[in-house]
Write a protein that binds this ligand. Structure first.
Ligand code: NAD
Length: 496
């Protein structure tokens, strides 16, 4: 159970939340430890859900999905989702503490993005379900008038498998529309970040969401709770955010029973900066898009293509801004750079830092760990890093690194920039900076990505389609697109 006032350093116990309450652990319950990423000190003990616990969660969801919840008037469900949003806000400080304890992300970030968006997701999808309509057709058959209309029905039980980089934000992005449509969910948060999903169970209960509509099980992926959820035959659909390789495994699991999947996967996102751009704004956006959340954002830019006349100036500006980032206590408002989520993830990113050097990159800045003083010495700190000079075939330029780093390549014309931007198996997001409107529209059409930001980055209107093309995912969520995934349309045909 999560204690009322979380401190990043106290050891707390995180339990599974099933059927409206904390699941009672038995003597054989396995637990695993979590460490505070900023210090490396153990700060939580998480109860791992075994097959019995996962089955209890899924069957509780099944019961709720057959109960009054899906039949409830959409306005009533929307009111409850508003209460959930208010409940998150009422316990804002606890959510903030839980998110920082799990991730070590700076308070300036978590308090402005993660927790507010967690609440906003519920309000947005409450509003959307209130106004959602379906189509109707009137026609004439040889026997007279015919009316066709569609009923929107929930899918039933949805398995929600989440990553660790934006735990509350990405989880509620899926849970809110799933509940709005009348489904029940079994959430499997990342093993690295179980706390805010668990705390949300209390908020759901207190808001009056019926027992079993929202369940949380903890554990790992393959051979653990993640796989148990995706393979459970009573799970009707699976929504997943995470790595492309895991997405492939989940798709295979979903094939059994021909269940629907929504996959939001990895990326290797390009940013194309033309010489006519608003230089300072473009640098600002590039800095945020490379380094925010220590580079652990799926929409992060890891490849920058800069038109040759401004290349040197742009690289110099990125160097200076990267070196101005402040790594420090996540709770200090002046901190702009937190640690990585774990030492394991840092090792992975460092292997790319080493590969860049071996492959002949010019290291413009960074390339190493950060040696932090005092209690932070054991944290997973890493330097923000910029490279130039690698060929486009380099693994550093081709593979998703998911760290605070980017490679910058010069280009001479739009065609060359688009070709380089598209030379990747991924297609999640892109960013284009130019004052030439025609150029901007042409590039947005040319670049193969699910999202293209022009003269902006990470500006999100939650009603718009969100998702990746190519190896970055299947399907779109956001606004009405989420309703498409979290509900089934049943056509009713009446001979009048
Ligand atoms: P991951 O794929 O390792 O894990 C994600 C979740 O899947 C975890 O909860 C994990 O326990 C679970 N899992 C792992 N194997 C499983 C299996 N066989 N069956 C069922 N569940 C399984 O991803 P991660 O390291 O947590 O997150 C980082 C990745 O997520 C990056 O690739 C990033 O680009 C991607 N991401 C994508 C988006 C997007 O919207 N496209 C958003 C955020 C993160």
């Amino acid at each position: 159970m999560i204690s009322e006032h979380l401190a990043a350093t106290e050891i707390r116990r995180v339990a599974n939340f099933i059927d409206g309450q904390y699941y009672k652990s038995g003597p054989g319950t396995k637990t695993f430890e979590l460490s505070y990423p900023a210090t490396g000190k153990v700060n939580a003990l998480v109860e791992e859900a075994d097959a019995v616990a996962v089955d209890a969660a899924v069957m509780s969801a099944r019961k709720a999905a057959r109960g009054p919840w899906p039949k409830m008037d959409a306005n009533t469900r929307a009111e409850l989702l508003y209460k959930v949003a208010a409940g998150i806000e009422a316990r804002f400080d606890e959510f903030l503490a839980a998110e920082i304890a799990d991730t070590g992300k700076p308070v300036s970030l978590a308090s402005h993005i993660d927790i507010p968006r967690g609440a906003a997701n519920f309000r947005v999808f409450a509003d959307i379900i209130r106004s959602a309509s379906t189509e109707a057709f009137q026609s004439l058959s040889p026997k007279g008038d015919v009316l066709n209309y569609s009923l929107r029905k929930p899918k039933g039980v949805v398995g929600v498998i989440c990553p660790w980089n934006l735990p509350l934000l990405l989880m509620t992005w899926k849970v809110a529309p799933a509940l709005a449509c009348g489904n029940a969910v079994v959430v499997k948060p990342s093993e690295e970040t179980p706390s805010t999903a668990t705390l949300l169970g209390e908020v759901m209960r207190d808001a009056g969401i019926p027992d079993g509509v929202y369940n949380v099980v903890h554990g790992f992926g393959g051979g653990s709770a993640g796989e148990l959820v995706t393979q459970h035959p009573e799970v009707d659909a699976i929504t997943f955010t995470g790595e492309t390789r895991t997405g492939e495994q989940i798709m295979r699991a979903a094939a059994k029973g021909v269940r629907d999947v929504s996959l939001e996967l990895g990326g290797k996102n390009p940013g194309v900066i033309f010489a006519d751009c608003r230089f300072d704004d473009a640098v600002d956006a590039a800095v945020r898009s490379v380094f925010v959340n220590c580079g652990q954002v799926c929409l992060q830019t890891e490849r920058l293509y800069v038109e040759r006349p401004i290349f040197d100036r742009f690289v110099a500006a990125m160097k200076s801004r990267a070196e101005g980032l402040v790594a420090g206590d996540p709770w200090d408002k002046a901190t702009t750079m937190g640690p990585m989520i774990s030492h394991k993830q840092r090792e992975k990113v460092l292997s790319y830092y080493a590969a860049a050097k071996t492959q002949g990159a010019e290291v413009i800045t960074g390339g190493n760990v950060i040696e932090m003083p005092g209690e932070f010495a054991g944290g997973a700190w890493i330097q923000p890093t910029i490279w130039t000079g690698l060929p486009e075939t380099s693994s550093v330029v081709r593979e998703e690194i998911f760290g605070p780093c980017a490679h910058i390549t010069p280009f001479d014309d739009a065609e060359e920039a688009a070709a380089m931007a598209n030379a990747t198996p991924y297609g999640l997001a892109s960013m284009v900076w130019t004052e030439n409107l025609t150029q901007a529209h042409k590039m947005a059409a040319e670049i193969e990505s699910g999202i293209c930001w022009v003269n902006s980055w990470f500006l999100r209107d939650l009603r718009t389609p969100f998702g990746g093309s190519k190896a970055s995912g299947i399907g779109r969520e956001g606004g009405l697109h989420s309703l498409e995934f979290y509900s089934e349309l049943c056509n009713v045909c009446i001979q009048l």
